[in-house]
Ligand binder design. Structure first.
Ligand SMILES: Cc1ncc(COP(=O)(O)O)c(C=O)c1O
Length: 385
């Protein structure tokens, strides 16, 4: 048996995924090269149709990143200067960045302690006459609690947009992300549940008019050629990225199962090592299908940063998503927030850490990750004693 004591474990191993489907990916690349169709075209259309179908929705409008998907969705809904959009402050910057790019204002609502997703109980306090939309983020691969959010949106006549960048395949009450709101935004960044070999994104919707508008917006709002109906921009998807994603769509369900199995293994290894109170495991809510784009633990005892350093020194990949909440980011200071405004978000920023997670991760790799965490804790205890 291999000596696992010195094993390096990456946070995400894209090479392992490539090797597992190498002939198909290479054939797809050659097919696109031979076709002469570099941008949009049949590979892109096929990909749009299959993601929309997978999500249980009518239309997929592809684009060249999850960030552009957010911007397309907001622009399709005519959100702009004077408008407010409610989002959690614990998310990747793109969620807020896209809102600011339209000229609208992001309005933050703190998160639920257990799931890291927006806390529906705090949303209504944030609604004003300027609020146009709520944009829940399904963070780390688990859906936000949509039922109360649907009710709030209906009561106040607000648009719902899902930031599904991290959650393709996740479900809420048996329905997939992409079909839980009027518009849903996906990312195909390489480390996502379905990753291109480059950038990619898509907006999913049931609304034909919005789909047409976004199709137009992503080519400079042009319709017909050289006549510009909207001030759009270039957000088209490359055919080669769609071709890679079309291959990977055939494996998506299996990869999601692998992620879930790996998460369950982490849970039991953490328990076996009696580390449960030091590494607080991710919470799965009933009726949601967590896809574990990330396996994120809360580290106890104020030791998160020291543990991250130790893991890195042992060549174990780990990452802090996210060390600084959006309301404290330098470029968003104009919103006037201060430390303490969103305490649950701030505590998450101080305590969370993502462990290596990818569909091909092995039990040996996972045992190594947790045993390095255990040896960190043993050293701490020895120092104190
Ligand atoms: C929650 C969230 N929203 C939006 C994005 C933006 O996606 P992209 O990197 O494809 O632009 C990301 C990417 O990490 C994300 O995690």
């Amino acid at each position: 048996m291999a000596d696992t004591n010195q094993m390096n474990v990456p946070l995400c191993d894209l090479q392992a995924q490539y090797l597992s489907i190498k002939p198909e990916l290479e054939a797809a690349a050659l097919r696109v090269l031979a076709s002469g169709q570099a941008i949009l075209g049949p590979e892109v259309t096929k990909f749009e149709e299959s993601v929309a179908k997978f999500c249980g929705s009518n239309y997929g409008v592809s684009c060249n990143s999850g960030s552009d998907a957010l911007l397309l969705a907001l622009c399709a809904a005519d959100i702009g200067p004077g408008d407010e959009v409610i989002i959690p402050p614990f998310t990747f910057f793109a969620t807020a960045g896209a809102i600011c790019r339209t000229g609208a204002k992001p309005v933050f609502t703190d998160i639920d302690y257990a799931t890291f997703n927006i806390d529906p109980l705090q949303i209504e306090n944030k609604i004003t006459s300027r609020t146009k939309a709520i944009m829940p983020v399904h963070l780390f691969g688990q859906c936000a609690d949509m039922e109360p959010i649907w009710r709030i949106a209906e009561r106040h006549n607000l648009l719902l947009i899902e930031d599904s960048a991290q959650s393709l395949g996740a479900e809420y009450q048996g329905k997939k992300t992409g079909s839980l709101a009027a518009l849903a935004c996906m990312s195909f960044y390489p480390t996502k549940n379905l990753g291109a070999f480059g950038e990619g994104g898509m907006v999913i919707t049931n609304d034909a008019e919005w789909a047409n508008k976004m199709n137009c917006l992503r080519v400079h709002g042009m319709e017909p050629k050289y006549y510009h109906k909207y001030i759009g921009w270039n957000a088209r998807m490359d055919a080669i990225q769609a071709a890679f994603c079309n291959v990977k769509m055939n494996y998506l369900e299996q990869w999601l199962k692998n992620r879930q199995a790996a998460a369950a293994r982490y849970d039991s290894i953490i328990d076996e090592e009696h580390l449960g109170s030091f590494l607080k495991k991710p919470t799965r809510k009933p009726n949601r299908n967590h896809t574990f784009n990330q396996y994120v633990v809360r580290v106890g005892g104020g030791e998160r940063d020291a543990l991250v350093q130790y893991l890195r020194s042992e060549k174990i990949g780990c990452e802090i998503y996210y060390p600084l909440p959006l309301h404290l980011q330098e470029c968003l200071q104009f919103l006037g927030h201060a430390k303490g405004d969103f305490p649950t978000t701030e505590s998450a920023c101080n305590e969370v850490m993502a462990l290596p997670m990818f569909p091909e991760i092995t039990v040996e790799q996972q045992r190594r990750v947790i045993s390095v965490c255990a040896s960190f804790l043993r050293q701490k205890v020895r120092k104190v004693a």
